[in-house]
Write a protein that binds this ligand. Sequence first.
Ligand code: NAG
Ligand code: NAG
Ligand code: NAG
Ligand code: NAG
Ligand code: NAG
Ligand code: NAG
Ligand code: NAG
Ligand code: NAG
Length: 824
Amino acid sequence: MDCRSALGSSITVLLILVLLPLRASDDRLTLGKPLSPGATIVSHGGVFALGFFAPSGAAPANLYLGIWYNSVTELTVVWIANREAPVANSTAPTLYLTNTSNLVLGDVKGRVWTTYVASASSSSSPEAVLLDTGNLVIRSPNGTILWESFDHPTDTMLPDMKMVIKQGSRSGSPMERLVSWKGPSDPSPGTFSYGGDPATSLQVILWNGTRPLYRSAPWTGYRVKSEYQTSSTSSISIYLAIVNDEDERYISFTLSDGAWLTRLVLTYSGGIQIQSWNASSSAWAVLGQWPLYRCDYYGYCGPNGYCDETATPLPTCMCLNGFEPASKDEWQTGRFSEGCRRKEALGGCGTGDGFFILQGMKLPDGFALVANKTLMECATECARNCSCVAYAYANLTSGTFRGDTTRCLVWAGQLVDTGKFGSSPAGDTLYLRTAGLDDDAAGKKTKSNTVRIALTTAGSNVVIIMCIFLAFFKLRGKNKKLEKYKKLKVSSYGSSDLEFPFVRFEEISMATENFSETCVIGQGGFGKVYKGTLHGQQIAVKRLSRDSQQGTIEFTSEVILIAKLQHRNLVRLLGCCDEGDEKLLIYEYLPNMSLYATLFDESRKMLLDWATRFSIIKGVARGLLYLHRDSRMTIIHRDLKAGNILLDAEMNPKIADFGMARIFGNNQENANTQRVVGTYGYMAPEYAMEGVFSAKSDIYSFGVLLLEVVTGIKRSSSSHTLGYSSLIDYFWNMWKEGKAKDLVDSFIMDTCSLDEVFLSIHVALLCIQENPDDRPPMSSVISALEKGSTTLPAPSRPGYLVRRIPEVEQMTVNALTLTDIDGR
Ligand SMILES: *[C@@H]1O[C@H](CO)[C@@H](O)[C@H](O)[C@H]1NC(C)=O
Ligand SMILES: *[C@@H]1O[C@H](CO)[C@@H](O)[C@H](O)[C@H]1NC(C)=O
Ligand SMILES: *[C@@H]1O[C@H](CO)[C@@H](O)[C@H](O)[C@H]1NC(C)=O
Ligand SMILES: *[C@@H]1O[C@H](CO)[C@@H](O)[C@H](O)[C@H]1NC(C)=O
Ligand SMILES: *[C@@H]1O[C@H](CO)[C@@H](O)[C@H](O)[C@H]1NC(C)=O
Ligand SMILES: *[C@@H]1O[C@H](CO)[C@@H](O)[C@H](O)[C@H]1NC(C)=O
Ligand SMILES: *[C@@H]1O[C@H](CO)[C@@H](O)[C@H](O)[C@H]1NC(C)=O
Ligand SMILES: *[C@@H]1O[C@H](CO)[C@@H](O)[C@H](O)[C@H]1NC(C)=O
């Protein structure tokens, strides 16, 4: 180094001190006790040693100051002070500590290497200690660490070492990189380096000079655990994480207890290896190595190609969905550098394009990070920008990040260095913009199924949804899991774009604390309902019971249809999941529970004055009208009841579980169903007894609901207490006798308008008439409730079931899903 000429008088003094012996047990250097060739400093537990060494195979005259494993028989150096400037033993090199708390390596010619500890204030008792982690630290007398070798890595990363990949503005720690040796016995800096990508601190890159050679997958927020089997009974777990600490970001790894000595090293030949010392064979075992396959190398598969690590027998290049090899001839001969081109140009913004969902991917390079977005906003960000070709999302909160933990990545232009991991935990979901209906992609796969659904929404926009399930890929190795590729459209609803995501089961599992019982907020005939938080949004997750399920394709296509139904009085379906046996629906979470849980709970009942109740009734009616008529799909709810009316923060009603009958696959064309779903007491008699359903059976249920809201009496109230065979019988008789006023819930007597109450009871009785044809359609119900019609017909006798009929009882047991427990 350039300090050699600075020959100070102090050096001469110290040359004398060299002769003082150093005790073998010493783990530190102090003032006036330098270290010379032949002696070592050994960490307290004997793990590491510091001293002068000559690399094996190199000229023994050239010495380096370094740290190596003390207990490992093969000299394995993990840190070097003077890798660019070896010293000759003949020049009497020493390492000593100065009274300004600096370590200096010098010889008769001057200083060769020094730490540049800024604190110029001299001190009488600084010390340099070699720790059992392999870290050499200079400590001031008060214990403050002034310098540490871990901040100045060479080619090796040790457990607990922090490799800074994003500079902290406050701490000022520099970006760090591992730099390889030049050769097996030449520690001077080679061409390979490994460290944080300066363009984004979300990934780590291995460079050959300035050219990237290999790139890690962008960080997903989770600590990556890699487990390596070292014998039939033992294994080593390595946990690698990117940590965002204050404003500094670094990577670091830790080991499981009792693990072998392990290091991450950048070899002189340009590979990253995880090495563990196998004491029984006295050799370093290479547990992991990158790049491993040819197509692991940066950009090997060309633009828009990807390295499919799940391919058998060896990983190979593939084109992303919707792309084909740019040059088929080259591709066939194993030259992939030209990559892939689109089979079909993108249709233009917002209209013809869809997003293909690719799971388990190593995300491409060249992304832009859009700060502070939810998944939905991220999808919108990409969908509305014509130059955006893909996006991916992660919430980094679950890992070791602070500050903005959203990770919305968007891509423009070519996608380079993409990979497919299969089941690796580092896998990400890539949403890839793809042109229109991609018949080719589906048609080519032999076992594929294509589902295409087109529908028009209530708005002016035509929405086309597609859901294509491509062939199932068999994964390499033991993990022969089925993997699904799905495609769906981004569609426009007025100003806001809608993205309907398929969510991974593990994400939902995490969102609901592993479907913890404490997260259960409801239970119904279709399964349990859990509360959870997904990407910052509160959600309700319905986990459909396994026994009542149909095929995946029917399920998913129905779910996508249902998800497109949007109305302020319908609960929004946000996503779904179908993996293996698991079928889950993700809904918006509504804080005010159900109408059932509010109306029939003494402590919550006061939330419902008459004005609120009347507005709830009208809201439910509008939601039902939308389902029956305006959705252009005629959805019969078949299980309308107080438990399925949820209330938002402003007590607006939202109908839940609509479309469940469709999802459960009863034949819609045939209005006569074998399997009766619904809730006893709300069911129209013709539906319960004969299985005949129509919009009119929903209107019957609405009538029953209306009566409950007005009276505050549960339809399941025991007929005994009322003195009638059923609640409906009771209502009917009270009405006939002109005692309708006695029906009104005493809670609302003070606040209600009797006109509105009577109107509601009248409408309710019209809705529950025995003959379905007599019941008014939902449109008439709404206009009656809103305009207060005075010309309503007189209701005829209501239809109702009396439970003692044995046939009905029988059917109840076998076919009805009795859902008395409230949903959500
Ligand atoms: C350097 O020289 C000293 C004394 O001449 C000797 O004891 C020591 O072993 C030498 N060190 C190395 C690494 O060759
Ligand atoms: C530190 O060392 C320098 C030169 O070796 C000496 O002049 C100075 O007095 C020392 N300071 C203390 C506080 O020992
Ligand atoms: C410890 O000493 C260093 C200088 O040696 C000084 O900068 C620092 O403020 C001291 N810390 C404490 C807690 O006294
Ligand atoms: C690294 O770059 C050099 C010079 O460009 C080249 O000769 C060498 O093959 C490269 N090594 C690897 C492993 O890519
Ligand atoms: C460690 O060494 C033993 C003995 O040579 C060998 O049987 C074992 O496979 C080695 N383990 C690893 C992980 O290399
Ligand atoms: C993210 O949004 C929050 C609240 O909207 C705001 O306080 C914060 O400054 C934003 N952060 C960034 C990085 O934009
Ligand atoms: C669209 O994306 C491109 C590339 O990412 C970006 O440069 C541009 O600013 C974006 N435009 C808008 C309007 O966000
Ligand atoms: C990320 O997840 C955490 C916990 O799951 C949540 O608190 C946070 O709000 C989420 N952030 C975003 C932006 O989704």
